[in-house]
Design a protein around this ligand. Structure first.
Ligand code: UD1
Ligand code: CA
Length: 457
């Protein structure tokens, strides 16, 4: 089999984004653009991926880690110059090289596969991925000769008015014969209106040498969006959101209002889940069958079981079991483990806490660094006092314990199995099994007090 390589262009600062953040790190549906591109490339079983990064773009390397090799392009002298930077890895090697821009987050591996297959089957030396769009402003135009063969690509800024009227654009994605690519790049000049070394000039150079230059026109024009500014960013976000939501709906998920539902690309949802409007589901979240999310719920990196209900709440990096009810207005913070049949009601905050099956905290509580057994009842306003100003301490509440309203449990402390804590108690010592602990001052009623007070004045 032929060697297959990919070069990802990600060195441009993205002046038009007007941002501190490198352009390709701007997220679309919660994932940086360049990560979308590399994720698609990763499914293609390539021999090597090389990312061209700009000077000081460690952030891009931090994002992609060891998924690719890196070459630094110190000065951004154009896309042709950028690809040339990869010569230390690729020059002279036989094979096919795919070049993609880090700012095309909607490009799919299916389209890349089709592009490579056509390229290899017609034995072209260069194949450019093109598409027809109604408003081609800003893109390079594909110029064809009388027989419809690709002649060259002309950038908007160098195009004549005739050329500008062409609707077929260069998507910025290509397949090259690898050896020819690096030979031709040496001949690319910067004699154009932007003074840049244009990668698309390789087409004309190859053509003039009598090599076969082809185009693969995809009907999926939305895939080819190159994000250069924040208007395009929002557009890409909308299109990707739409694509993701439709995939889930086709797989049996009800999304009540897809325009107001934001699901990340790495979320997996089983059939018969209902997503109510205003919900944001991010990261590597999984949701089991018959669960209802929302309205207005945010989930990030969570595993949610079946038949669970989470409304108007925020759940982050936590596990939630089946038949659980959360919300409205609950906040489940990282490292929480909410087991089956648990109920967490309004204004309850849970952090780094394990609640075993059937436990309940229905109103206004803070449970932090705690471990609750089965069927524990946490009354309204209970607080685990986990922080002494320096360190966090654990609260352990064993099976079947009953914690009365407004109790403070000063950690470290253990409430043993079946014990009761009286409402309003401040518990500083362990409570033994099945005991009742009352830790509050006794009530004293002063009979006739108000009458006496009134007489005095
Ligand atoms: C480029 C194409 C254009 C095509 C469009 C598709 C050229 C000359 N033009 O234009 O024909 O229609 O993409 O979206 O290639 N980059 C570097 N180093 C550089 C310059 C750019 O790494 O020196 C990277 C950028 O980070 C970006 C990509 O290359 O990811 C494309 O660069 P950009 O400036 O966005 O090119 P366009 O003007 O959009
Ligand atoms: Ca671009």
């Amino acid at each position: 089999m032929t060697n297959r390589f990919a070069v990802v262009l990600a060195a441009g600062k993205g002046t038009r984004m007007k941002s501190k953040l490198y352009k390709v790190l701007h997220p679309v549906c919660g994932k940086p653009m360049v990560q979308h591109v590399v994720d698609q490339l990763n499914t293609l079983e390539l021999d090597q991926i090389i990312t061209i990064v700009g000077h000081g773009a460690e952030t891009v390397q931090d994002q992609l880690g060891d998924q690719t090799a890196y070459v630094v392009q110190e000065e951004q002298l154009g896309t042709g110059h950028a690809v040339r930077m990869a010569d230390s890895y690729l020059e002279g090697k036989p094979g096919t090289t795919v070049v993609v821009c880090g700012d095309t987050p909607l490009l799919t591996s299916d389209t890349l596969n089709e592009l490579m297959e056509q390229h290899e089957s017609v034995q072209a030396k260069v194949t450019v991925l093109t598409t027809d769009i109604t408003d081609p402003t800003g893109y390079g135009r594909v110029i064809r000769d009388g027989q419809g063969h690709v002649e060259k690509i002309v950038e908007e800024k160098d195009a004549s008015s005739d050329e500008k009227s062409v609707k077929e654009i260069n998507t910025g994605t290509y397949c090259f014969d690898n050896e020819l690519l690096f030979e031709s790049l040496k001949q690319v000049s910067n004699d154009n209106s932007q003074g840049e070394y244009y990668l698309p000039d390789v087409l004309e150079i190859a053509k003039n040498q009598g090599e076969k230059v082809a185009a693969f026109k995809t009907p999926n024009d939305e895939e080819t969006i190159g994000v250069n500014d924040r208007v395009a960013l929002a557009n890409a976000e909308r299109l990707l959101r739409d694509r993701i939501n439709k995939e889930h709906m086709r797989a049996g998920v009800t999304i009540v209002d897809p325009q107001q539902t934001y699901i990340g690309p790495d979320v997996s949802i089983e059939a018969d889940v209902i997503i109510e409007p205003g919900s944001v589901i991010k990261g590597e979240t999984t949701i089991g069958a018959d669960t209802v999310i929302g309205p207005h719920t945010e989930l990030k990196d969570c595993q949610i079981g079946e038949r669970t209900l989470i409304k108007q709440s925020v759940v982050t990096e936590s596990h939630v079991g089946s038949d659980v009810q959360i919300g409205p207005f609950a906040h489940i913070r990282p490292d929480s483990y909410i087991q089956d049949e648990v109920k967490i009601g309004n204004f309850v905050e849970v952090k780094k806490t394990n609640m075993a099956k059937g436990s309940k905290a229905s109103h206004l509580s803070y449970l932090g660094d705690a471990k609750l057994g089965k069927d524990v009842n946490v009354g309204c306003g209970v607080i685990t006092v986990n922080y002494d100003g320096r360190k966090k301490h654990k609260t352990i509440i064993e099976d079947g314990a009953f914690i009365g309203c407004n109790a403070n449990l000063i950690a470290p402390v253990r409430i043993e199995e079946g014990a009761y804590v009286a409402a309003g108690s401040t518990i500083t010592k362990d409570v033994p099994e099945k005991a009742l602990s009352i830790a509050r001052s006794r009530q004293e009623n002063k009979e006739g007090y108000v009458e006496r007070l009134n007489k005095r004045s």
